[in-house]
Design a protein around this ligand. Sequence first.
Ligand code: 13P
Length: 228
Amino acid sequence: MTDEKTLRERMVATCRKMNETGINQGTAGNLSVRYGEGFLITPSSLPYDTMVPEDLVMMYWDGTYDGRRPSSEWRFHRDILKARTDVNVVLHCHSLFATSVACHHRTIPAFHYMVGVMGGTTLRCARYATFGTQALSDAAIEALEDRMACLLGQHGQISLGTTLEGALWMAVEVETLARMYQQALVLGEPPVLSDEEMARVIAQMKRMSYGLGPEEEGSNDVARPRAS
Ligand code: 13P
């Protein structure tokens, strides 16, 4: 298990990458990682370029915390990490294209096979609720059922991961898909892949550990490392 100091440093690095990739700006966005008796979370309203590892807040499942004031969205971070034992990282941001689609309360259909990487045939959009409320957390939990990401109506996106790298990768994929979807809509509503095809896509992704990085075990069909 990563020690707390290293984890805090890696969280700060991930936050900076959120800005570098363009999915985050200003003091929007927040990040949490399961740790010890609860989770570490970014503080509220602190720009990532000036944030240091000590600024990250240790929060417990009962909503108490040590350190600075936690992100206003600590409820959905806590509730997702509690409900979803399959994930360790929750990333939230107001990335431009994902948020633009979410402003129309649109669920993104399987217009492109990469929707499958989020775990199903749709990238759902959670109903609107005021930021920082239990109502928003409840809506997010619903939209994330069997999914690794969702849009938040008139707000932004949430991406999940087992690792920091995975959650960041997912958030960039969500943003890319939303951008593609908007571009495709310029020519009219695009056709949608069938549920049968999406089942094949998702099975193929699982078999190949698609998008999980080269270190993950998984086949790549007939491709194999050359014997040295
Ligand atoms: P915090 O700075 O409190 O994390 O809020 C940013 C945000 O994105 C609210 O949804």
